[in-house]
Write a protein that binds this ligand. Sequence first.
Ligand SMILES: CC(C)(COP(=O)(O)OP(=O)(O)OC[C@H]1O[C@@H](n2cnc3c(N)ncnc32)[C@H](O)[C@@H]1OP(=O)(O)O)[C@@H](O)C(=O)NCCC(=O)NCCS
Length: 180
Amino acid sequence: MEFDKKDLFFERIDRRHLELIKSFQCHERELVDFLLEDAYNNQVNKISVTYLFFSQKTKGLVGYLTVLTDAINLNAELKRYFRDKDIHYKSLPALKVGRIAVDDRFARRGIGTRMMDIAIFLAIKIYRETAGCRFITLDAKRGSSAETDSTHFYKKIGFHVLKEREKGTIPMYLDILAKE
Ligand SMILES: CC(C)(COP(=O)(O)OP(=O)(O)OC[C@H]1O[C@@H](n2cnc3c(N)ncnc32)[C@H](O)[C@@H]1OP(=O)(O)O)[C@@H](O)C(=O)NCCC(=O)NCCS
């Protein structure tokens, strides 16, 4: 069942949230540990910013998104693309989605897609108001099947693989010019 987008709101994590984040459930233990142990401290230390997503109806926490600044090292295809436009940089500015997670009890209801919409909105806001920002980057976790491979989720949104890798995470990017 699709989650009603109007039912979602988000807040930047702060001290007031430290108790309620303990309710977050996710099968990826690392994503729970990051939320409980690092998200707030990293923000205090200006390393990343975490947005918590809540249901208007229940006021319960349903997901979170962590972002930080980044630069993308252009692969051969992107270099060619930009060279044709007379842009000759080796790397370009980006906003990185460092972490994204939906509470297991609310998975597959469109919340992850909605949180990625907000990441795109934040990147567009940066270049309209503050600083250059052309891409969204992230490192996708691979899974053993199409059902668990998160690249499938990102490709649906319009992300491309930056570099194929045999093991570990897969770097992906989205050109936000395509999203305006
Ligand atoms: C990945 C995640 C953020 C997606 O959020 P979500 O709210 O469940 O996703 P949505 O409902 O918006 O899904 C949109 C589409 O992506 C697909 N999808 C979602 N998660 C997927 C996954 N892990 N693997 C493969 N496909 C996935 C959905 O099936 C859906 O496709 P469909 O319309 O063809 O059915 C969420 O499942 C999650 O937190 N997973 C655990 C943590 C994780 O893997 N984080 C990403 C680390 S890179």
